[in-house]
Design a protein around this ligand. Structure first.
Ligand SMILES: Nc1ncnc2c1ncn2[C@@H]1O[C@H](COP(=O)(O)OP(=O)(O)OP(=O)(O)O)[C@@H](O)[C@H]1O
Ligand SMILES: [Mg+2]
Length: 442
């Protein structure tokens, strides 16, 4: 066998697809790799135009071959960009399934002695194994990323639940403290105000007695007695004392009445038993909350109330609902750059109870609207806001099978509307609520 025959046989039996072409794409050599797999024997193909034989890939092959002819340089294609140039079959690693072969292709110019491209050599190698592993790796990585994202979400949820628990515990502790303080103050303020009332009666009798004594003295003949009484009166400012005393007692009575009303509000607000579900008046809840945070509101906003007179009771956990009211009212007050207005409406609509808290504050920027119910979202200075108020409110309302929505037309402050079902709902677990989309931004 001559060297030439040997070289030809080598090419025929190469474990890669080998094809030699003329510069006008006609086949000179077509090896067994192609012939066997494509069932296209060399005898039928030699002398034919490669582009005519593979019309679907003709455009792509022509572009590649032309670039080699023009640039006189090797060109490559990889399975990732062009996986199946020729319809070759190959079995997959591991599974052994037969499928289309992933191919890498090299196109090599063969030069004549005068440096012109005389032939083009096309070598196609089977990259199925590498491609399969690479794709399996990619799928595994994607799966891993998905699992990672799910884990991160789970951790976020856990963290959120933990924070809500902390906040709820804090509220319960404050509630208990308030209830304790209220209880301790309740007794003394009770006897202070009842004693003051008795004192008021006594003082009225004393004033009348002194008045009577004065009149008697005026009528008596003794000038000496009159003078000494007048001196005593002047020396001790008796007239002023008698005038001032009823005012002092009235003011004290008013003060103690105020303390009693605060104590009552504290007790109402902190109802230690109010984690219980029961029929509650939203108006009473709002009123006791307003009394509690009166100090925070009074210099910042005028509160306008519009309560539906025949407002039905709502089955809820009153302390939690009060906490939502408090968060909304405090946010409204904190949004005031200068003293403004807070409008509260409590009414029924479409078989639901509604509470609207609207303010004339700075409003909420459109890009913040979607985030305000997220835990820890705050625009307030470090140490001022924790960013938990609204997220907690959101979950409380969710737990009540209600809805809380927000709107903030530019330049018109913000309005939060809570909707609560009017029918009695059984207590339920909140797990199935977690993934509800926030369709509450208007
Ligand atoms: N009525 C409102 N007007 C303008 N912005 C508001 C209003 N209510 C809430 N926001 C915005 O939503 C953010 C989140 O409110 P949220 O009550 O959850 O937290 P916070 O008030 O910042 O802190 P925290 O309530 O924990 O003290 C606020 O920082 C504020 O930017
Ligand atoms: Mg807040």
């Amino acid at each position: 066998m001559s060297d030439e025959q040997l070289a030809l046989r080598l090419i025929q039996q190469l474990p890669v697809g080998a094809c030699l072409l003329t510069p006008d794409y006609h086949i000179v050599i077509w090896n067994d790799f192609f012939a066997d797999r494509l069932k296209m024997p060399a005898a039928e193909l030699v002398g034919k135009n490669l582009l005519d034989l593979f019309p679907l890939k003709a455009k792509f092959l022509k572009r590649k071959l032309d670039s080699v002819l023009l640039l006189k340089n090797i060109s490559f294609t990889y399975w990732e960009q062009h996986p199946h140039i020729f319809q070759l079959k190959s079995s997959r690693p591991v599974t052994g399934d037969e499928g289309l072969m992933y191919q890498n292709m090299q196109i090599v110019p063969i030069f004549s002695d005068d440096g012109e491209v005389q032939h083009i050599f096309l070598a196609v190698t089977d990259a199925t194994a590498a491609a399969s592993y690479s794709m399996a790796l990619k799928t595994a990585l994607q799966q891993l990323e998905l699992e990672h994202a799910a884990q991160a979400k789970l951790i976020d949820r856990l963290e959120e639940a933990h924070n809500q628990l902390l906040q709820a515990e804090k509220m319960a502790a404050i509630g208990q403290l308030a209830a304790g303080v209220a209880h301790e103050i309740n007794n003394p303020i009770g006897f202070i105000s009842s004693n003051l009332e008795t004192l008021q009666h006594y003082s009225q009798t004393l004033v009348a007695a002194l008045d009577f004594a004065g009149k008697l003295l005026q009528q008596s003949a003794s000038a000496e007695l009159k003078t000494s009484y007048q001196n005593y009166q002047t020396q001790h400012n008796l007239n002023f004392l008698l005038q001032d005393m009823p005012d002092l007692i009235a003011e004290s009575l008013e003060g103690s009445a105020r303390v009693m009303s605060i104590v009552k509000s504290l007790r109402e607000f902190s109802h230690v038993d109010s984690s219980e579900w029961k029929e509650t008046s939203l108006i009473d809840g709002m009123e006791s909350t307003l009394r509690i945070i009166n100090n925070e509101l009074k210099y910042k906003a005028t509160v306008h109330k519009d309560y539906q007179p025949d407002m039905p009771l709502v089955y809820c956990q009153s302390m939690q609902i009060n906490q939502v009211f408090m968060n909304l009212l405090l946010n409204a007050a904190q949004a005031m750059a200068q003293p403004g207005d807070i409008y509260i409406r409590i009414f029924t609509e479409n078989d639901a109870a509604k509470v609207s808290v609207r303010d004339s504050g700075t409003g909420i920027a459109p890009q913040h609207l979607k985030k305000i119910f997220e835990p820890f979202f705050t625009t307030k200075a470090v140490g001022t806001g924790t960013g938990l108020g609204l997220s907690l409110s959101y979950s409380i309302i969710q737990k009540h099978k209600g809805n809380i929505s927000v709107s903030s037309p530019p330049g018109q402050g913000a309005e939060f509307v809570i909707t609560l079902p009017l029918h009695k709902i059984p207590e339920f677990n909140t797990d199935d609520q977690q993934d509800q989309p926030m369709e509450n931004i208007k």
